[in-house]
Design a protein around this ligand. Sequence first.
Ligand SMILES: C[S@@+](CC[C@H](N)C(=O)[O-])C[C@H]1O[C@@H](n2cnc3c(N)ncnc32)[C@H](O)[C@@H]1O
Length: 253
Amino acid sequence: MSSSDYVKQNVAYWTERNAEYTDASAERAWAAEEITWGVWRTPEAELDVLGELEGRDIVELGCGTAYFSAWLARRGARVVGVDPTPAQLETARRLQRETGLEFQLIEAPGERVPLPDASFDLVLSEYGASIWADTYKWIPEAARLLRPGGRLVFLRNATLQLLCMELDGVVERLVRGQRDLHRLEWEDTGEVEFHLPHGKLIDLLRENGFDVERLLELYPAADAETHEYYAYVTVEWAQKWPSEEIWVATKRG
Ligand SMILES: C[S@@+](CC[C@H](N)C(=O)[O-])C[C@H]1O[C@@H](n2cnc3c(N)ncnc32)[C@H](O)[C@@H]1O
């Protein structure tokens, strides 16, 4: 598979996901009043990772149906959503028309973003480029897009969860090694995912001019239940080990 074939493969996968789930669920996500993070919907008000949003220039890499971008735009940020899957962007455009909340949407992968250098205060990815783009290519793009002092915030699966992920869900056993973790191709769906372990990711961020500020490991609330759609990880597992993680890094001035 050539280096860009995985992008085509993931776009095909996300076109299907759009038809079976994300187009129908996007309206509810857009309408949510609160900003929340991940499968366990941890409130931003509890984590405080985004900081001031009003008047900030923000780009979301892998914006999908753009519900996260919509939450930010509603709070006064100037947002641009970037995604390579036309069907996902079409859902985002439909919701823009229906809600009257307009912001720029661009069709592109996180590895090659057609936007100028140093034009954003925040680069965000919520399960977008953070897992579907090659880490060695999108982190330098994020660095290029940020102004000095700007921040990179992204949510992805926790490393431990990926190490315990079988095709049909997360188990209480390590099923793959960590040493060469980078690119994972799921045999059943053909999706290609990327994940660097913590040490390598810290090195890559630092090489690209970032200082790592925080690594938040997310757990469900005590009364949470297994998600009806993202049931690959059970609440029982995630109460014991982190299933998701948020990285916060600042571009050095
Ligand atoms: C889980 S969705 C993102 C959800 C998003 N935060 C939202 O608010 O809807 C994942 C998205 O990643 C996108 N994606 C796939 N390959 C990508 C790449 N190389 N770079 C950036 N995004 C990619 C998919 O098209 C899909 O829309």
